[in-house]
Design a protein around this ligand. Structure first.
Ligand SMILES: [Zn+2]
Ligand SMILES: [Zn+2]
Length: 121
């Protein structure tokens, strides 16, 4: 009979998918259909948090429309949280139109990010 790695007196009910060690029910955590030990479930949760953090909450379509219609006032840059360049655009009519044109292209090819460096969605 296999024993739990943490509890010598308890029978193992399954193994952690990351380390392969056997654990009792109490030591295992089920996550999206797979079992992990408590040491490794933390890694999985951290990875998932990191993955979701790569995409921001700002809309790419809205940014594009704001840039297209209100770009010379820097509205799309305020929307992305880039207040500094937003004010600059406001004062210079979107860097005399050039900045707005470049931003439209950057939004279109997915190159413009929000203030935290996150992709637009
Ligand atoms: Zn493990
Ligand atoms: Zn255990």
């Amino acid at each position: 009979m296999m024993k739990c790695k943490n509890h010598i007196d308890r029978e193992a009910t399954g193994g952690c998918i990351t380390c392969g060690s056997l654990f009792c029910r109490e030591c295992l955590v089920k996550l999206s259909g797979k079992y992990y030990c408590k040491a490794h479930v933390v890694n999985v949760l951290r990875e998932e948090a990191a993955n979701t953090a790569l995409v921001g909450s700002k809309s790419r379509l809205l940014t594009f429309l704001l840039c297209l219609f209100l770009g010379i006032f820097g509205v799309h840059r305020f929307y992305l949280g880039k207040t500094g360049t937003g004010i600059l655009y406001l004062l210079t009519a979107g860097l005399f139109g050039f900045g707005v044109t470049i931003d439209l292209i950057r939004i279109f090819i997915g190159n413009l990010k929000d203030v935290n460096g996150l992709e637009l969605v």
